[in-house]
Design a protein around this ligand. Structure first.
Ligand code: ITT
Length: 198
């Protein structure tokens, strides 16, 4: 069965491929498909943006399509960067985003740097008018300086107490076991057999 993951982010694509059973499903992403339509993420919530991505892509290729909209919510910053996580410091630039986050939290002590990563997945299917929507999260806190070279985005700043490390200090397989995206994908897989009409 072919499934499209409506993402152009190569790191998300890698994580999806490593969690899904790729013997059962042939996964394509926007990095593999021709004539990718323009996607305008104009929503105010993760779910709205994931819905826009899933439907724009499903309507173009007529295949079951999963979209991932995700981000980092920092309590002390009232949930920012939130839906604007990719473009927090302007253009999509991980280094600039991380620098801005550290600067906005300058002087804030460790116990007040609590945060969560969130992923909302929307699964749209040409043969089912209803979308399947799930959310996954992982809690942690924002470190005082970046650690680790794995992962992407805010991973080097996201300290996970249960790991005793940042998300960028563990291999992708370890990240996937506890991450927002891993949790959301496992939830989706537990539900979609009752929902999907291939
Ligand atoms: P697509 O829309 O093409 O899927 P994107 O990177 O633009 O790719 P989002 O709009 O969902 O995706 O933005 C999510 C941003 O949140 C992402 O660029 C990172 O900055 C951050 N983020 C999401 N998941 C993350 C993770 O697992 N680790 C670190 N940062 C993450």
């Amino acid at each position: 069965q072919e499934i499209i993951i409506a993402t152009s982010n190569p790191n998300k694509a890698k994580e999806f491929r490593s969690i899904f059973d790729t013997d059962k499903y042939e996964i394509k992403t926007l990095l593999d498909l021709p004539d990718v339509p323009e996607i305008r993420e104009t929503g105010d919530t993760f779910q709205e943006n994931a819905t826009i991505k899933a439907h724009t892509v499903m309507e173009k290729y007529h295949l079951p399509t999963i979209a991932d909209d995700s981000g980092l919510e920092v309590d002390e910053l009232f949930g920012q960067p939130g839906v604007r996580s990719a473009r927090y410091a302007g253009d999509h630039n991980d280094a600039a985003n991380n620098a801005k986050l550290l600067s906005n939290l300058g002087g804030i002590p460790e116990e007040k740097r609590s945060a969560r990563f969130v992923t909302v997945l929307v699964f749209a299917n040409p043969n089912n008018p209803e979308d399947l929507v799930v959310e996954g999260e992982v809690k942690g806190r924002i470190a005082n300086f970046p650690e680790g070279d794995n992962g992407f985005g805010y991973d080097p700043l996201f300290y996970v107490p249960e790991l005793g490390k940042t998300m960028a200090e563990v291999p992708m397989e370890e990240k996937n076991k506890i991450s927002h995206r891993g949790n959301a994908i496992r939830k989706l897989e537990s539900k979609w057999q009752d929902w999907i009409i291939w």
